[in-house]
Design a protein around this ligand. Structure first.
Ligand SMILES: Nc1nc2c(c(=O)[nH]1)N[C@H]1C(S)=C(S)[C@@H](COP(=O)(O)OP(=O)(O)OC[C@H]3O[C@@H](n4cnc5c(N)ncnc54)[C@H](O)[C@@H]3O)O[C@H]1N2
Ligand code: MOO
Length: 396
């Protein structure tokens, strides 16, 4: 069995960025991957600007009790055209261009107005800050915005750079194929030996959130013809994800169905818990992933492999899951030969965030996965660990 790390690099190698590029307005850009570098079309701020409401004046004249004559006003969108000379000040508001000659803003809380606002006098202990934002403090025209998956924060930044539309990679179409004679769709009435199919819906939600365009095929039954029909229904997808039937029993027919359809498999089975029966390869031009059927295993493999593959297809330069470190909130026994992705949550520990790993790690118990907010990554063959030991985790 190959390691999780090896499996992920093989999966990513099967998921080269899709060539299709589209231009979208900024309102549609969040979650998409920028297809090429963009440049700021603007310097921000374009001029030295006041950061506060108050009075623009010469900093070297500012001392408690000093009096200034107010010679005009500047507000956001309208500058003061003259020059600030000795003993003079300009009424100014947040975002206004600084008038020539002034290099400091006295906030209005530190100014007493005199003679109906014709003069101001500086109060005791005025604020020491300059309250001026230099031109280009944020970015300069021509600055490069490198391709990446666009966050809401990136969209705000692109808008400020005066970018109107973003060239983004197409969303990968992902076919999700639930398999199993025991499954019915949510809302249907299951027979006495049946259960409701959940994996497809969990994966659909996960992949949508990751920027893909997933769709569910009808449930494939545990026979070669039904599986073949489902794979045909998935033919147009950029990625095909089967759910269940990945293990070794007589009714686990997915591997055979993929091979019969012409797939080339890169691996089948990895040293991971849950998720041991994972398989990956290529079917035609599509990336193919076979996920295990146990509901938690399917979701964990989704987070660790299907989401990174979808991100890689979408051109995301950093598709792998983010790993962080926290201390164990309790001791942990030694691990077996498979890396364990244990359902856990972060709690407030005495020395910062701590990992509480759930006692029940049954890969069929979805309620505990839903209660988790991260997966603790316990390496294969890790020795027993004390409370406080640093452990990597993957936020969910
Ligand atoms: N003798 C062995 N048995 C098993 C092994 C093994 O190595 N040797 N591996 C176990 C592991 S680990 C896993 S994980 C499971 C995965 O098996 P399959 O991928 O073949 O999954 P199924 O048998 O189809 O289903 C397992 C379980 O999950 C339920 N299921 C399936 N699909 C869905 C769905 N869409 N929504 C909700 N629940 C689903 C299914 O009813 C079964 O209960 O194999 C172990 N066995
Ligand atoms: O590895 Mo299976 O994925 O434990 O349930």
């Amino acid at each position: 069995m190959i390691t999780v790390e090896d499996a992920l690099s093989r999966v990513l190698a099967l998921a080269a960025p899709l060539p299709r590029i589209e231009e979208v307005p900024l309102t549609e850009a969040a979650g998409r991957v920028l297809a090429r570098p963009l440049r700021a079309r603007r310097t921000q701020p374009p001029f030295a600007a006041s950061a506060m409401d108050g009075y623009a004046l010469r900093g070297d004249e500012l001392r408690p009790g000093a009096r200034f004559r107010v010679i005009g006003a500047a507000r956001a969108g309208q500058r003061f055209d003259g020059r600030v000379g000795p003993g003079e000040a300009v009424r100014i508001f947040t975002g206004a261009p600084m008038p020539e000659g002034a290099d400091r803003v006295l906030i209005q809380e530190d100014a007493a107005t005199e003679d109906d606002g014709a003069f101001i006098r500086v109060r005791e202990n005025p604020d020491a800050a300059r309250h001026v934002r230099p031109a280009g403090a944020d970015f300069a025209e021509g600055d490069v915005f490198a391709p990446r998956r666009l966050s809401a924060r990136d969209v705000a930044l692109l808008a400020a750079m005066n970018v109107e539309r973003a060239p983004v990679r197409a969303r990968p179409r992902v076919a999700l194929i639930p398999t199993g004679d025991e499954l019915v769709e949510p809302g249907q009435t299951p027979g006495p030996d049946q259960i409701v199919s959940s994996n497809g819906y969990g994966l659909h939600a996960m992949l949508r959130e990751a920027g893909a365009d997933p769709f569910l095929t009808p449930i494939a039954r545990d026979d070669p013809a039904s599986l073949r029909a489902a794979l045909e229904a998935a033919a147009e997808a950029d990625m095909i994800v089967t759910l269940g039937g990945a293990s070794v029993g007589e009714h686990d027919l997915v591997r055979a169905a993929l091979l019969a359809a012409g797939a080339e498999l890169s691996f089948h089975k990895i040293a991971m818990r849950p998720g041991k029966p994972l398989m990956a390869g290529r079917l035609g031009r599509a990336t193919a992933l076979g996920l295990p059927g146990n509901p938690v295993s399917a979701m964990v493999c989704g987070a660790l492999f299907a989401v990174p593959a979808a991100r890689a297809l979408a051109g995301d330069p950093a598709p792998a899951p983010r790993r962080l470190t926290a201390r164990l909130a309790h001791p942990l026994p030694a691990n077996g030969p498979r890396a364990h992705y244990a359902r856990a949550r972060l709690i407030d520990g005495p020395d910062g965030p701590a990992l509480e790993i759930f006692a029940n790690q049954d890969s069929a118990v979805l309620s505990l996965l839903a209660a988790a907010d991260c997966l603790a990554e316990i390496p294969a063959n890790a020795p027993a660990m004390e409370t406080g030991t640093n452990l990597k985790y993957i936020p969910l």
